[in-house]
Design a binder for this molecule. Structure first.
Ligand code: ATP
Length: 328
């Protein structure tokens, strides 16, 4: 491995997700293993601009593999979107002696890293950290598996009350642009319908489906709705529409919100984070640049950041068919 890189910075940016701490730990320990200095940057690009750095060694990251959130904090930085802001960030990195950085975040954070690397020639590596799983170039982003488990657990609990009172529940889950969470938890929690941005089910078909479900003898139902569902109504408007058109149902809404982003990471996310951190550091040391590490066919891969940012993450259409069959 090349020895031109002597000091690597690591930070978290954009929305937090479970597994970010495990990834920080992995980057720090991979640096220690390869005898490279490592520095943590607090509050993402905002902290980079302000020079909010902290030297990290293998012991600095003890006891965090199981913790949700991010010990380095996360932030969104307007200043980093400007050339002046990025110049300040570069000056701060040079002053600190940083040769390369690893950014843990989503596509916005990767865009910032790409622009910065083009402007200043600094090697950068991305680790995809977001519960939405909406990044091209990896089958799993950090935090996605944990969020699936959190949401399935919540829906199981909602089903207890739905079936006790013969109610229909609309459960809104995260996913503005892609329906990965809704589709998977919908199948995993046995939802009657799953509304996702990729498919416009239409109000009539939704009513038909709910009528069929009622006629087949079901006394309660769960409909999982992704935030970005294309049916054209928010989850409360859907409730009103169904109540007006199906008086036999008493409808309730549950918006799961930010609890989906919290909690201790699943074993899958801890292992993924550990693998991604090692891959990110070793890729930088081998001279790779401007890429995102990802998981494909259980192998660690690199995808150029511009492709990761531009590409579209696709849902598994087979799951829609499986869901239809399960709700027969
Ligand atoms: P999330 O999954 O939460 O959306 P994200 O990484 O996509 O995560 P963003 O808020 O889009 O979150 O981006 C995080 C930060 O990256 C921004 O606050 C900004 O500092 C930086 N960034 C995003 N886009 C650009 C850009 N075009 N140029 C420079 N910096 C950018």
């Amino acid at each position: 491995m090349s020895n031109t890189i002597k000091k690597i910075a690591v930070f978290t940016s954009g929305g937090d997700s479970p597994g970010m701490n495990a990834a920080i730990r992995s980057v720090v320990r991979a640096c220690a293993f390869h005898q490279i200095e490592c520095v943590g940057i607090y509050r993402g690009y905002e902290g980079m601009i302000e020079g909010d750095f902290k030297a990290m060694n293998a012991r600095s990251v003890k006891g965090i593999i199981n913790k949700g959130g991010t010990i380095l904090k996360s932030a969104r930085s307007k200043a980093f979107r400007t050339t002046e802001g990025r110049k300040k960030a570069h000056d701060a990195l040079v002053k600190e002696g940083v040769d390369a950085f690893v950014v843990i975040g989503g596509d916005g954070s990767f865009t910032g890293a790409m622009i910065f690397s083009q402007e200043y020639g600094m090697p950068v590596m991305g680790i995809p950290g977001t519960i939405d799983n909406d990044i091209y170039g990896t089958t799993h982003t950090l935090g996605y598996d944990t969020a699936l488990n959190t949401v399935v657990d919540a829906i199981d609990k909602i089903r207890d009350t739905a079936s006790s009172h013969n109610r229909l529940f609309f459960v809104e889950v995260m996913g503005r642009d892609v329906g990965h969470i809704a589709l998977n938890v919908g199948v995993g929690a046995g939802a009657e319908e799953i509304l996702i941005p990729e498919e416009d089910l239409g109000l009539e078909r939704l009513l038909e489906s709910l009528r069929r479900s009622k006629q087949s003898g079901k006394s309660s139902s769960i409909v999982v709705v992704a935030e970005g569902d294309k049916i054209g109504k928010n989850v409360f408007q859907l409730k009103d529409y169904v109540e007006e058109n199906m008086t036999e149902y008493e409808v309730r809404v549950s918006v799961l919100g930010h609890m989906q982003r919290g909690g201790s990471p699943s074993c899958f996310d801890r292992v993924l984070a550990s693998r991604m951190g090692v891959k990110a550091v070793e890729s930088l040391l081998s001279g790779e640049n401007n890429c995102m590490v990802g998981l494909k066919n259980d192998l660690m891969t690199l995808t150029p950041l511009d492709q990761a940012v531009k590409g579209k993450s696709k849902i598994n259409m087979e799951l829609l068919r499986v869901s239809d069959i399960m709700t027969v």
